[in-house]
Design a binder for this molecule. Structure first.
Ligand code: SAH
Length: 346
């Protein structure tokens, strides 16, 4: 992929970080997600549904409660953005298998661009599912949506504000290698000095999703690592084999992510017409959903090492120094004063 990027830069000039990220992750031939299964011990990173089945199960319980809160629309679409191996959806569907009304009303729709991951999802979830490249082709129906570690994979722009001037961070070529560069930007500088990050794609997705929910009804949750207040700082990072590496080191062969700006994301849902519920930490959300009780019940059936591992997995999801604090859960609703547990009603 490096040669391809160098040729592109030679022809077009240095590319902004959002273009670099989009190509590295999503190029049909060279993109990171397009041809590999990046999860688990032999991959590059691990996500909550791959750590513990309880994660998807509790999101299943949440989905039923949210569906009831919005008046049990039937039919409705159960939408997952970036479903990875399909583990969360499988756990969600299993945990809700006795909720006959909910199960009879839903149809699963997955937003996934990677052919390799679509294949894994089909193997795990069967054929009675529809796939989409973007949310624009979803049927016009009420929805419950889930997006776990989806928005952190969407491209960001990085704009450096320094002494009253703005510069866009770009990827260029120096000494025949990819190099981080900046390009002056015209326009009004920001107030604070430092690196400002924006994700135009995330903003567009959240706005469109908000508009659909407001027009057709629905609710959903976004779970991701990120910050609650927009600020400054370079959060772009690359991971390969569970170790951090330079973002220019392995283009197309390392995962690239950025922290999600939950304040900006909530504003985009609102600008689409939906209601953004005050975010909770993942730890608080899962505790409110009953993770401790579920861990106790399920681990009682296990012994020895499997039991220790099972409990450790659950604790990793809520631990303050692990995923419990860094990860946030943003709830989205269709109307004010809708009580969607465990979020505070607006
Ligand atoms: N939710 C899963 C996977 C997270 S990894 C889990 O928690 O395990 C990110 C997922 O989003 C992958 O499935 C990837 O293929 C998908 N993805 C990344 N960019 C995308 C895009 N622009 N459109 C649709 N899916 C995308």
């Amino acid at each position: 992929m490096i040669e391809f990027l160098k040729e592109l830069i030679a022809a077009e000039g240095p590319m902004p970080i959002d273009r670099y990220m989009a190509l590295c992750l999503g190029h049909p031939n060279y993109g990171y997600y397009m041809s590999r299964d990046p999860f688990g011990a032999s991959g590059d990173f691990t996500t909550a549904p791959e750590i513990s089945q309880i994660f998807g199960e509790l999101i299943g319980i949440w989905s039923v409660a949210a569906w009831e809160a919005i008046g049990k629309p039937s039919p409705f679409i159960l939408v997952e953005f970036g479903p990875g191996r399909g583990t969360l959806m499988a756990d969600l569907l299993r945990a809700t298998s006795r909720m006959a009304e909910f199960q009879a009303a839903l149809k699963v729709h997955l937003i996934e661009t990677s052919p390799t991951l679509r294949k894994l999802q089909r193997e795990k979830l069967g054929e009675n599912i529809e796939w989409h490249e973007t949310l624009e082709t979803l049927p016009q129906e009420p929805m419950i949506f889930v997006a776990n570690e989806f928005f952190d994979a969407l491209p960001i722009r990085q704009i450096l504000n320094h002494a009253g001037q703005c510069f866009e961070r770009c990827v260029g070529v120096e000494n025949d290698a990819l190099a981080s560069q900046v390009r002056p930007l015209h326009g009004r500088p920001f107030e604070a000095d430092g690196m400002h990050e924006f994700s135009p794609v995330s903003q567009a997705v959240a706005q469109l999703l908000g508009a659909r929910i407001s027009a057709l009804g629905g609710a959903g949750i976004v779970i991701d690592y990120g910050y609650l207040k927009s600020g400054v700082g370079d959060t772009l990072q690359a991971l390969r084999g569970h170790k951090s590496c330079g973002i220019l080191e392995y283009p197309g062969a390392s995962d690239l992510t950025a922290h999600v700006d939950f304040e900006a994301l909530a504003a985009a849902f609102i600008s689409g017409g939906a209601v953004a519920l005050p975010p909770l930490t993942q730890g608080a959300f899962l505790s409110d959903m009953g993770i401790e009780q579920r861990l106790t019940t399920l681990s009682a059936k296990l012994h020895g090492k499997p039991r220790e591992d099972f409990v450790a997995g659950g604790k990793r999801l809520v631990g303050k120094d692990e995923m419990g604090q860094l990860f946030k859960v943003l709830g989205v609703a269709q109307a004010q004063r809708q009580a969607i547990y465990p979020f505070e009603t607006t």
